[in-house]
Design a protein around this ligand. Sequence first.
Ligand SMILES: [Zn+2]
Ligand SMILES: [Zn+2]
Length: 136
Amino acid sequence: MKIDGACHCGAITIEGEADPQKATICHCTDCQTGTGSAFRLSVPVPGANFKMQGTPATYLKTTAESGNPRLQAFCPRCGSPIYSTTPGEGQQPSYMVRVGILRQRSQFVPSRQNWFRSALPWVMQLASIRQNEKQG
Ligand SMILES: [Zn+2]
Ligand SMILES: [Zn+2]
C-alpha cells in the first residue's frame, strides 16, 4: 500500500510503498534507547519507491548483538526517528521506516516481535493498565 508521513515538526516528509503485514516490533535495548520508549515499530520500504523531502541527521550504530552497522536517520529539528538503513552513498535497497511517523499508522498491525528477551515486563499487560480516553 502507498504510505506517506512526516516527522513531528514537518521538516521531513516521506512517501513510499509498504506491506502492512511486514510491520515488526523490536524490543532490543538499542531500540528502547533510540526511541526513548518501550519498543520500536518499523516496516520495510523498498528503496526503489522511497522518496523523502528534507534532510535527516544520521549516525551509525553497530549493535553488539548483530554486529551489523545501521544508519539511523532522524529529524535534526524535532528528533523524530525516520528510518534505519544500510550505510553507504545514494539510494539503499531498503529502509526500515518508523511506523509512528506514517499517516496510515493505524493500518500497520505488527506480525512479529524481535528481541523479546529484553521486552519490558509490562508490555504484555497493556490492556490491564488503566485507560483514559484523553489525557488523564
Ligand atoms: Zn522534525
Ligand atoms: Zn531493535
